[in-house]
Write a protein that binds this ligand. Structure first.
Ligand code: IPM
Ligand code: MN
Length: 377
């Protein structure tokens, strides 16, 4: 933090990233109106499109800012054809690279269905779940598992014969993310919608995988320190059907990296789709917040995509920052943003194309900014 307030490093990234980040900055500016801004935002270039233009994923200034900043806001990275010479996603430095480099070990993805938001299955909008059914948080391990950079190819005579990815589960990695999940359950005001129970569900494949058996052992041990919180296990395959059938049963879910990646996309359907899904990449010293929908190249430049995931990412960021710095004013701004989002959603103001409407990205941002102005600072 400097005299000018908390420093927020912003990476709009690729595709629709810049469009949703623009709206995120709009609501941040609206929150700060009428007083000295408690934060200062600076944008830095980077990503796959930047790589195609310059041959670099990002600039040293951006990297330094990410390491120095009080919080990071990321749009999205990934662009068709933008790959590094080793086959990796160009732009990985901004997402996977920062998860590793800043040790952002917990990927925290809240999944809540707000009144006024529609969700669809089978291509139709349906009322299968109501907001009373969906309010859980998935905590995904974010630095190891199948994402561990212990992979490669065996090439013989110029031809690949074998490709290997190694899944690594460490005591340290498991312990800290599991503890984070129990702490999240402890701090969440409400438990599972079904019965109000505080519950952490360990999602794994311990009937087959050794790493998952180890993860469970650690889950048992850490969980025993939280007597008020129910411990539960679910094999990841069975979990996918239970999650869709009975989302109200879940409070906090913890999973290893790749499994968490998959089940969080599935869970987003419960909250209205990826257009509402935000994630916080959280470590001991740093936090990076993002809408998790990706760069959506097909929609880039059309001012059509849903910016609410970014609003929720901003809310998550302010809440994390305010709590971390014991800064009640910043937490209050997170609350204010959440109220504004809920008001706009309840009024049917999330009608971007993914909700079956025609509201543009920027119009949705205007509505939330207006709602913020209507709430006391
Ligand atoms: C996510 C994304 C990333 C991941 C990609 C972009 C590397 O899908 O944040 O969930 O796999 O973690
Ligand atoms: Mn993903």
């Amino acid at each position: 933090m400097t005299a000018a307030g908390y420093e927020i490093a912003v990476f709009p990234g690729d595709g629709t990233g810049p469009e949703v980040v623009r709206e995120g900055l709009k609501v941040l500016a609206a929150l700060a109106e009428g007083g000295p801004a408690p934060w200062r935002t600076t944008e830095y270039p980077g990503g796959g499109q930047y790589y195609l233009r310059t041959g670099r994923e990002w600039e040293p200034e951006g990297e330094a800012a990410a390491h120095r900043a009080d919080a990071i806001l990321l749009g999205a990275v990934g662009w068709p054809g933008a790959t590094l010479p080793n086959g990796d996603l160009a732009g990985r430095a901004l997402v996977l690279g920062l998860r590793e480099g800043l040790d952002l070990f917990a990927n925290v993805r809240p999944c809540r269905l707000y009144p006024g938001v529609r969700h669809r299955i089978s291509g139709e909008y349906r009322t299968v779940w109501t907001p009373e059914h969906v309010d859980l948080t998935i905590v995904r391990e974010n630095t190891e598992g199948l994402y561990t950079p212990a992979r490669g190819r065996l090439r013989r005579g110029g031809e690949t014969e074998v490709a290997v990815d190694t899944r690594v589960i460490t005591r340290k990695g498991a312990e800290r993310v599991i503890r984070y999940a129990f702490e999240t359950a402890r701090q969440r005001g409400r438990g599972a919608p079904e019965d109000g129970a505080k519950r952490v569900t360990c999602v794994d494949k311990a009937n087959v995988l050794e790493g998952c058996r180890f993860f469970r052992e650690i889950f048992e041990k850490v969980g025993a320190e939280y007597p008020g919180i129910e411990r539960e296990y679910a094999y990841v395959d069975a979990f996918t059907q239970w999650l869709v059938r009975n989302p109200e049963h879940y409070d906090v879910v913890v999973a290893t990296n790749m499994m968490g990646d998959i089940v969080t996309d599935l869970a987003s359907v419960l909250q209205g789709g990826m257009g509402f899904a935000s994630g916080g990449n959280i470590g001991t010293e740093h936090g990076m917040f993002e809408p998790v929908h990706g760069s959506a190249p097909k929609y880039a430049g059309k001012n059509q995509v849903n910016p609410f995931a970014t609003f929720f990412a901003v809310e998550q960021m302010l809440r994390w920052l305010g709590n971390r710095r014991a800064d009640a004013a910043v937490v209050a701004q997170a609350d204010r943003l959440e109220r504004a989002i809920a008001l706009v959603l309840a009024a049917g103001g999330s009608g971007t194309y993914d909700q079956g409407g025609q509201t543009s990205t920027s119009a949705a941002g205007d509505r939330v900014a207006e709602a913020i102005r209507g709430l006391p600072r």
